[in-house]
Design a protein around this ligand. Structure first.
Ligand SMILES: Nc1nc2c(ncn2[C@@H]2O[C@H](COP(=O)(O)OP(=O)(O)OP(=O)(O)O)[C@@H](O)[C@H]2O)c(=O)[nH]1
Ligand SMILES: [Mg+2]
Length: 210
């Protein structure tokens, strides 16, 4: 499966750089998610989850091969650090917003922080993936419940998708999540007339069906 993934990857993302900003409140699991992606797609580079500490600055994840460069920016979600987020909006192509699905007490904060992100003028056309993380925990709500909790009015016009999974073990869900970003980037490309996407949608359908 992964050799197919790399073959298609080369084909689809030829000579493009695609920048994804990973946001969410403190302890949502952003860094764990990024490190898991790195360990799957970047030759085992990702940190194990017991070595991850709260993010203060910026974690950068690069997943690339000959023709491909995916750049992930993972920022700290503590309240005092969120002012840094907007410095990256201008150059981001897509947003991954991570939520701890088992922590209902943080949903209000997650919702208002996300609404603020979506109101920012630099991100008006950026597609959004909401990753309903920590589905391995018994207390986790489903993505449908989370959707109801968040009740995001700002999402009306925006290409977005919910994906539920666990950053701990989520090979398939992480793959789906990454794919969803690619799918949504197709519409982002249409909006901005950029050459970033091309055949991404086709690509991800083939991956998911593998
Ligand atoms: N059970 C479970 N725990 C998770 C999962 N993902 C992350 N965690 C745990 O949640 C805690 C926070 O994870 P981080 O990845 O550091 O969260 P973060 O969103 O990067 O936090 P900040 O950098 O402070 O904004 C850690 O103890 C992780 O091990 C998951 O899918 N399941
Ligand atoms: Mg972090």
């Amino acid at each position: 499966m992964f050799s197919l993934f790399y073959g298609l990857w080369k084909h689809v993302f030829a000579k493009t750089e695609f920048r994804v900003i990973i946001l969410g409140v403190h302890k949502a699991g952003k860094t764990t998610f990024l490190e898991k992606l790195k360990s799957i797609y970047s030759k085992g580079e990702g940190l194990p989850h017991d070595r991850i500490v709260p993010t203060v600055g910026l974690n950068i994840g690069r997943i690339e091969d000959t023709n491909v460069k995916l750049v992930f920016w993972d920022l700290g979600g503590q309240l005092g650090l969120r002012t840094i987020w907007e410095k990256y909006y201008d150059e981001a192509h897509a947003i991954v917003y991570v939520i701890d699905s088992a922590s209902t007490s943080t949903f209000e904060d997650a919702k208002s922080a996300l609404e603020k992100v979506l109101r920012h003028e630099d991100l008006q056309e950026a597609p959004l993936l909401i990753f309903a993380n920590k589905q391995d925990l018994a207390a986790a709500v489903t993505e449908e419940e989370l959707d109801r909790h968040l009740h995001l009015k700002e999402l009306d016009e925006r290409p977005y998708m919910f994906v539920a999974g666990s950053a701990y073990d989520g090979k398939e869900s992480n793959l789906d999540a990454l794919g969803s970003v690619a799918v949504h980037t197709s519409s982002e490309c249409r909006n901005r007339g950029s050459s970033i996407c091309g055949m991404n949608k086709d690509f991800i359908f083939r991956i998911i069906q593998t």
